[in-house]
Write a protein that binds this ligand. Structure first.
Ligand code: F6P
Length: 373
């Protein structure tokens, strides 16, 4: 009997989502003769039963499109804002799964989605996930789709900023996405030849960055490019942030949890202006005029690169193969030229950080890039 496949995209969008939807859909519908139904706007659309029935026509022409034709949201089944309240709608989602007679739900997403998907698998649903995100921070896969495109966008931005920094003898601090992990800033920083690269995983000392910039000035290079990840953190901020995170993790009562969370939120809000503050400090310390460019959502939009289309299509078709075999509770990981199903519980609730001794970090250091430490 034909299998019924549900599919949704959840979390931040990225280039390659449509290629992945097409990969799953074409293989499931055309190759295996399954039926495929899409749910709009992530888990919210699943809860609200907003669907999109797929046929081969709808899967045509979307390979090169950015974003997701299904729409997405960051809503979580166990903490869904509904009518001004936060509600656990897991049971509604489980009911909808059965109402649609699904054999499997395919969830395309990053770290948050892997967690939510595991929760649903623990409720007895058949789940398969695909790793997407420009952050490249999903564990056990070589790479996530979306990363390669964002890497090119950020690298091109650094290239363009170089010429204007050079002409005006300025420091340009370019903020690259990556709140908890710095793969994108590191990759684009190396590829774009940034003079300093600052990552969340390697707390920085602004004096070291200023020293590196001054040393360049002495060599006659009176401009510098600083690639800073969104979540890069100064050494002096680390302790306070870690202490606040520990407080949240160890809170024993609801009120203790609420006050610890409020403290953490306040620190995070202060941190939000980090890039602007850094640019000001560098200007004061080096005497060079500084400017800031925040790349933001540009990195997530637009046409996926060839590498992302290829990866998303490979993962999508491998997902259909797994459905055919009835292999559930897994994420389809990229492994060299192949794919590998990895248990969801090994992936969820974990992040793939940049190890401070990662070969890319060594590469950056050996070409003379200041890592801020
Ligand atoms: O996870 C992808 C990402 O773009 C991160 O790099 C960034 O910190 C975050 O999403 C931004 O989230 P939102 O889309 O909710 O503003």
């Amino acid at each position: 009997m034909a299998k019924f496949v549900g599919i949704l995209t959840s979390g931040g969008d990225c280039p390659g989502l449509n290629a992945a939807i097409r990969g799953v859909g074409k293989a499931a519908l055309g190759f295996y003769g399954m039926q495929v139904i899409g749910f709009r706007d992530g888990f919210r659309g699943f809860m609200e039963n907003r669907t999109m029935e797929f046929d081969s026509e709808m899967l045509s022409g979307i390979l090169t499109q950015g974003g997701t034709i299904l729409g997405t949201s960051r809503d979580k089944p166990h903490r869904m804002p509904v009518g001004g309240k936060i509600v656990d709608v897991t049971d509604v989602i489980v009911d909808n799964y059965h109402t649609h007679h699904l054999d499997v739900l395919v969830c395309l997403g990053g770290g948050g989605t892997q967690k939510n998907a595991l929760r649903l698998a623990e409720k007895g649903l058949n789940i398969i996930t695909l790793p997407k995100t420009i952050d490249n921070d999903v564990l056990l896969t070589d790479v996530t789709f979306g990363f390669d495109t964002a890497l090119s966008v950020a690298t091109e931005a650094i290239d363009r900023l170089h010429s204007t920094a050079h002409s005006h003898h300025r420091i340009i601090v370019v903020e690259i996405m990556g709140n908890k992990v710095g793969w994108l800033a590191l990759g684009a920083g190396i590829a774009g030849g940034a003079d300093a690269i600052l990552l969340p995983e390697i707390p920085y000392d602004v004096e070291s960055v200023a020293d590196a910039i001054r040393a360049r000035s002495h060599r006659g290079k009176r401009f510098s490019l600083v690639a800073v990840a969104e979540g890069a953190i100064a050494k002096q901020e680390v302790q306070a942030l870690h202490a606040a995170e520990q407080k949240v993790a160890k809170a024993k009562s609801r009120s203790a949890q609420a006050s610890a969370e409020a403290e953490l939120k306040q620190l995070e809000a202060q941190h939000a202006g980090n890039t602007m503050r850094l640019a000001k400090e560098l200007e004061q310390l080096t005497g060079l005029e500084s400017r800031v460019t925040i790349l933001g959502y540009l990195q997530r939009g637009g046409t996926p690169s060839a590498a992302d289309r290829l990866l998303a299509t490979r993962l999508g078709t491998a997902c259909a193969d797994l459905i055919h075999k009835g292999r559930y509770g897994v994420m389809v990981a990229a492994r060299a030229d192949d794919t590998k199903p990895v248990p969801l519980e090994d992936v969820a609730r974990k992040l793939k950080f940049v190890p401070p001794d990662h070969p890319w970090v060594g590469t950056a250091r050996r070409v003379g890039t200041c890592m801020g430490d």
